[in-house]
Ligand binder design. Sequence first.
Ligand code: ADP
Length: 589
Amino acid sequence: MKEKREAIAWFEKTKKAQRALLKKSITKQRGYVTTNYTLAKGTQGKKRKYITRKEYEEQQKVLRALEKTSALLTVETDVTTILEKIARTVATALGAKQASFFDFTPDRKGAFIRAAYGIQNQYIEHSRVDPLPIGGAWLGRAMSTGQAWATSDVQKDPVLPASWLPAVKKQNYHGLLCLPLMRGNTIIGGICIYYKDRHKSQFFEIDVMTIVANQAATAIENARIFGDLEAEREKTLAIVYSLSDGLVLYDLENRITLVNPRAQELLLLNINDVLNKKLDGSFASKNIYLQNLFRIRQMMQKDYETREFTTEGPQKVVLQVTQVPVRGSEKRKIGTVLILHDITREKEIEQLKANFVTVASHQLRTPISGIKWSLDMLRKGEKGALNSEQKDLTEKSFQATEHMANLVNDLLDASRIEEGRFGYAFTTGDLLPLVEKVISDLKPNAESRTLDFAFEKPTAPLPAASFDASKLVLAIQNVIDNAIKYTELRGTVRIKIRPERSSLFIIVEDTGIGIPEKSKKFIFNKFFRGENAIRYQTEGSGLGLYIAKSIVEKHNGTITFESTEGTGSTFMIQLPTDPAHMPKGALET
Ligand code: ADP
């Protein structure tokens, strides 16, 4: 910017002198003529109306050259080739000896040859190592003012710095014409045409050269945009290639357009077998690895969904596959990408954990039942009367063992739910006896905590519901048991059943410790226990509500709660009574 401003200031200052010089130079022929054609055009009033036949033929030749240079823009893609060809075409058409395109050095204080015609390579190389300073000579003026400058004889023109004369003489040229290359208002380079003899450029030549300069600027600009795009593409590719997830991209015709190295590794794919191939049945027939890819493609139905897939073949890999649409301009879908995330290790660990829990709890169940059974006999005095101390001790041991048995059962249930081996068999019937049975079983617990514990029996018969009694008992039991456990002595626990809106609601209200706001969203998580609950009741697995939720949802129902810490909680189990929504038959998981 600064240079440009300085250049314009310099130009303004010399404008007057230039005009004076121009008048002289255009009107009188002298040994040399330096012309600013931009200014000269303004004084071009007395233009001749007619041109000679020779001039006409010359002009035709130049116009044909122009046509040729335009064509280059669409045929060639390499910018240096385009510029070299333009240079040759215009130099030849204008009868010049050489033509060269100049670029600015990064600081814009110098210029070097970017492409040329008729100039020996050593000069081109030299200009790169030791750029020409942007000074007051023709190229410098053109590249700093954005205007066309020319001289009819460089060697006689005092504008040429004396020190440059030997080089010019060596290159042996006289006439010179320089123009800027413009992108909008920005000067991005320059072009010079060198004539072997003295030559005073005609306005027609300047017009043509301006068009050529514009063409060249367009080619350079295109190359820049293309280069930016290419760099952007390289960057994206580098990211895609170094991702730790596999990526497979295919277009709207199912043709695979990209498979990154991680995807090749995970699916054991040979890139040549997949790239540009159509993902269809015949594609898959070649080998098991291609079949894996085809089956993944078949498995994915909707964009943004995630599914698990285990590969077939010697290497078993568990993949979490996500399908994401790829959009082009105007958000139009142009393809799909499958993201393959390797979860083999997580799955293995999960499986090991589940196996451990199942085996451990199975192994514990039998001895615990044995201990419980013995303690029960002892505490009931079946093996002889106990003194009060002994009775107290056996009672406590019995309760602790019962707690342990419950914990083991919860663990087993949770791991069965997780592994999908819980197994449901639904029958339709009246829910009331089941709820009453749970309540009567838990009554002693409530009494031992001196609670006001009551069931508000429905007044009318309940609509039939569909349930798996052995499973639903666990859910209801857990919710009522919690209400008893987490309510202070002499508190209240109320249980109601309400038929409403094609559903049955089992409502368990307590005046207990409540659930703190920050715990609410975790309440159904596996192993979660609220802080206040842990303080109040040290024993608990945090599995009860997790199991209850899973069971209720398998009944197509919901479990919800409302609670205020320190005031109490209300849990609601909703089960559908509308036949269309009731669960039917058997469920394996
Ligand atoms: P556990 O009772 O073994 O801790 P649950 O899964 O049954 O596990 O319950 C999870 C947590 O939910 C409890 O630890 C407690 O913080 C909270 N909770 C459940 N029911 C109640 C209730 N009626 N009153 C207060 N907190 C409750």
